[in-house]
Design a protein around this ligand. Structure first.
Ligand code: NAG
Ligand code: NAG
Length: 141
């Protein structure tokens, strides 16, 4: 019984490491291209890049614990309280929170655009802090 538990722990640690290697930190140019590929409008890409730099430092696996015990996840720091659910798809974006931490930002992008349509860029404190009232044109690549 004990050996099984020890073995299980090793498997879990192993999986944890595999998951970690899936994280990715974008360059500014790489992020700009990725956002354009995901249907973000050219006019606002400068603002989205600024938002992502401010919120997650372009790190797809960033997790922030909030005072209310919710978590903000991934590139766009999407919050688990309202927009996603852990373990099973849910929230206003009908997605698993875990999926906000991998390299695939297609689902994150759909959800971020939904938040922006509902609440505007002001939904992100990082945007308000660093990007509000700035004339941000598309970063040169
Ligand atoms: C990205 O975020 C993860 C989770 O916080 C962290 O473990 C990793 O070191 C970060 N990567 C970089 C390059 O900062
Ligand atoms: C914003 O920047 C662009 C390019 O640098 C410039 O053409 C435009 O006039 C600026 N707009 C404002 C409102 O400052």
């Amino acid at each position: 019984m004990k050996t099984v538990a020890v073995f299980a722990a090793f498997v879990l640690i192993g999986l944890g490491n595999v998951h970690e290697t899936e994280s990715k930190v974008f360059t500014k140019c790489g992020l700009t291209k990725e956002l354009l590929n995901n249907g973000f409008e050219r006019t606002y890409v400068g603002h989205w890049v600024c938002l992502v730099e401010s919120e997650s430092a372009k790190n797809t696996s960033k997790v922030t614990e909030k005072a209310d015990r919710s978590k903000s996840l991934g590139l766009f720091q999407i919050n688990s309280k309202e927009w996603c659910k852990f373990s099973t798809a849910g929230g206003k974006c009908s997605m698993k929170c875990e999926d906000l931490l991998d390299e695939d930002i297609r689902d994150d992008s759909v959800c971020a655009k939904k938040i922006q349509r509902a609440l505007g860029f002001r939904a992100w404190d990082g945007w308000f802090r660093s990007c509000y009232r700035r004339n941000l044109s598309i970063p040169p690549c």
